[in-house]
Design a protein around this ligand. Structure first.
Ligand code: G3H
Ligand code: 13P
Ligand code: ZN
Length: 311
């Protein structure tokens, strides 16, 4: 089966009240851990690649790894550019075989965001590739750029219809209080999301797929393992799983997860080195990292996203 776009996945997810996991990939073990999990529970998948991942691993390696996973699992897999920030980057991923791209114009004015997003949509659609846009600005860290809470802003539901109509985007990422990275809320702060904004957006865009970025739960088990094996992470708070389940039942069809993968992999490797300080064969510790990713993703699919048995 060739790579697919997210169109059919989102249609079914919207109607079925579940969401597709969009997991960031950077190397072979991450691709294998995610796709093994999805295979075990028969789930469709979005694998996403950031500009940083492309720089780290090179486009061609990631492309071939995802093609290998496709052949190995026979699952419906969409390959997506995460946070494209220029037309040239999006074009290069369209030309290079991706089936979906995100153009993140959220840092621009509304008019500039519309212009940039429309340019990407025109090119992508003429090549059979779908496009995710973004309105509103998430706090947190993306590609080493730190957006402070003061510079973040919730999506204005009053703008979404005009944005979607003028640009022709296929899905829309919105800001309702999630943020990138492991530190989403201040220590002691109660996690809260603006479900009222999501509801209002859904009313104005009936049946239209909404995307949630910054949706890692920052699972305490992995932070504890990291810290009890030589790590030193300050209090890290993520998005509670019940909030993600609620969003998936609403208009949210794509839930982005990266930080949880990083934590699961690092926890496994740190623990392994603590227990086996004599080991130096990368296959030994990378196996533990990969297994942790597989277990994490399986749990997300079955207990949070609800996309099991939907492939
Ligand atoms: O939203 C950002 C993703 O977690 C990707 O992170 O740019 O460090 O690869 P990265
Ligand atoms: P997390 O940092 O919460 O995993 O978010 C990832 C993301 O939004 C990728 O685009
Ligand atoms: Zn993101």
């Amino acid at each position: 089966m060739p790579l697919v776009t997210s169109t059919e996945m989102f249609k079914k997810a919207y109607a079925g009240g579940y969401a597709i996991g969009a997991f960031n990939v950077n190397n072979m073990e991450i691709v294998q851990g995610i796709t093994e999990a999805a295979k075990e529970v028969n789930s469709p998948l979005i694998l996403q690649v950031s500009a940083g991942a492309r720089k780290y691993a090179k486009h061609v390696y990631l492309m071939k790894l995802v093609e290998a996973a496709l052949e190995d699992t026979q699952l419906p897999i969409c390959l997506h550019l995460d946070h494209g920030d220029t037309f040239e980057l999006c074009k290069s991923c369209v030309d290079g075989g991706f089936t979906s791209v995100m153009i993140d114009g959220s840092k621009h004015s509304f008019e500039d965001n519309v212009a940039l997003t429309s340019q990407v949509v025109e090119y992508a659609h003429s090549h059979g590739v779908v496009v995710e846009g973004e309105l509103g600005r998430l706090a947190g860290i993306e590609d080493a750029v730190n957006v402070s809470t003061a510079d973040s802003s919730y999506t204005d539901p009053g703008q979404v219809q005009e944005f979607v109509e003028r640009t022709g985007v296929d899905s829309l990422a919105i800001a309702i209080g999630t943020s990138h990275g492991a530190y989403k809320f201040k220590p002691g702060q109660k996690p809260q999301l603006r479900f009222d904004i999501l509801e209002e957006v859904a009313k104005r865009l009936p049946g239209f797929p909404i995307v949630l970025h910054g949706a890692s739960s920052v699972i305490p088990k992995y932070v504890d393992i990291i810290n009890s094996n030589g790590g030193n992470m300050p209090d890290a708070i993520g998005i509670p799983e019940d909030m993600l389940r609620k969003a998936a039942k609403m208009a949210v069809c794509k839930i982005n997860i990266d930080s949880d993968l990083r934590l699961a992999m690092t926890a496994g490797i740190r623990q392994h080195f603590n227990e086996h300080p004599e080991h130096f064969d990368p296959r030994q510790y990378l196996t533990v990292g990969r297994d942790n990713i597989r277990d994490l993703v399986k749990n997300k699919i079955v207990n949070v996203l609800g996309s099991d048995n939907k492939a």
